[in-house]
Design a protein around this ligand. Sequence first.
Ligand code: 2P0
Length: 330
Amino acid sequence: MKATAIANSNIALVKYWGKRNEELILPYNSSISMTLDKLYTTTTVEFSKKYSKDELTIDGEKISGEELERVERQLNLIRRTAKVSEKAKIASASNFPKAAGLASSASAFAALTLAATKALDLHLPKKELSIIARQGSGSACRSIYGGFVEWQKGTLENGEDSYAMQVAPQNHWPELCMIVNVLTPKQKKIKSRAGMAQTIATSPLYKAWLETVESDLEKVRSGILEKKFPLLGQTAEMNALKMHSTMITTEPHIIYWEPETIVMMKEVMQLREEATECYFTIDGGPQVKVLCLEKDAKKIEKRFSEMKEVQKTFLCKTGGDAKLIDMELF
Ligand code: 2P0
């Protein structure tokens, strides 16, 4: 009743922003992401009668309160599916800062879902894993798959048609890179969950966001499949700016950007002026992720790592599916 899984983080090229059902985590819009090879979470889960309650450690630290409750809810869902009642010990470790806008909940809930279902001997197809992972954290449904992944929003009330599917496999576009820049490892103040709800409730731009998403999805899908880098990059960059515009116009405003974020956005624009093609994307935090092609990646990464605003860089390519591994965290 013990298993360990590893799942990669993913960064959306067309963002998920807003839930039509908060309980089941059903989105208003579909999204497309790239799974990243260098950012990942490893999670070991053991169910046993010897545990009187669920115990969670993240990066070696004992966790209680809201974060533990969220994991317990996810385990309860999996326990119900397996028809067992044993409590669990969970240890999770990521190789990047938690809750800083680097999609830690995506890799964490994907790894937790895969490890816990295996520990309970549920051998579920990826579609079912994606549906369960989604209920832990929306973006986690995309981290079940490697390569390029689309989370189809679905229309059913019960969420059975809201899951991720692979658009293209890990080896589809080996030249495509994403440089993840860690500018400030501070934990963000407003969780995406609250930010989304506030945006829907108060931003006059949310309707416009939803009206343009379908066209962005189409462009990003064909950008990926036909390896059209400018189409992919321009659409992803604009899509991120549109999402942030909806947040900036909520009451009260949500501005995830720090001064360093703006400096990085300008640097990407400057690189383009110099004929080095690259595009940025930003999520629910200050970090700036930059899409580029392999031929330019080392040069761009060097330039970023020499900036005083940048603390750390991860030069990523497409990562693989979430998978079970033999190594155990306890
Ligand atoms: C995304 N984000 O598509 C978007 C872009 C942040 C900005 O998915 O409430 O942690 O757990 O479903 O998945 C972050 O939101 O939110 C996210 P919940 P999640 O990657």
